[in-house]
Design a binder for this molecule. Structure first.
Ligand SMILES: [Zn+2]
Ligand SMILES: [Zn+2]
Length: 128
């Protein structure tokens, strides 16, 4: 499918490429509103969906909402249970897990995701 170039979509993509926080659609909306006052939440959602279909970004299921990021190669995440921070975790990606899972299931495995939960260093320092 062909998509018409859109300035707002480009802005959203640039924004996602420049942040590491894995923001939600609401957060992206509030940030962009500072630059583009007439942007609507619906527009943000629509553009995020198109960017995802184009393979430019990925949508990550979160606790009660989705988060978005422009890093599309497989990687793991660290999530703080106190402040909700989600960061990329640069540990080796275990492709072999897919093979193991395939042996143990009737699935043709395409990919896997791992989220590690714990307390981030900022929150650890706060409680000291
Ligand atoms: Zn934290
Ligand atoms: Zn990530």
């Amino acid at each position: 499918m062909e998509y018409r170039r859109s300035k707002q979509r480009d802005t959203i993509l640039t924004f996602l490429k420049n942040t590491r926080i894995h923001p939600t659609a609401d957060w992206i909306y509030l940030e962009l509103k500072k630059k583009i006052p007439n942007i609507s939440l619906g527009t943000v959602y629509r553009n995020l969906q198109v960017l995802e279909e184009m393979g430019e970004i990925q949508k990550i299921p979160g606790e009660n909402t989705f988060r978005y990021e422009a890093k599309i190669d497989p990687h793991y995440h660290l999530i703080c249970e106190k402040c909700g921070t989600m960061v990329d975790f640069e540990m080796p990606h275990y492709e072999l897990i897919n093979k193991d899972a395939e042996k143990m299931s009737a699935f043709k495995i395409a990919r896997h995701r791992i989220d590690f939960y714990g307390i981030c260093s900022k929150c650890q320092n706060k409680s000291k």
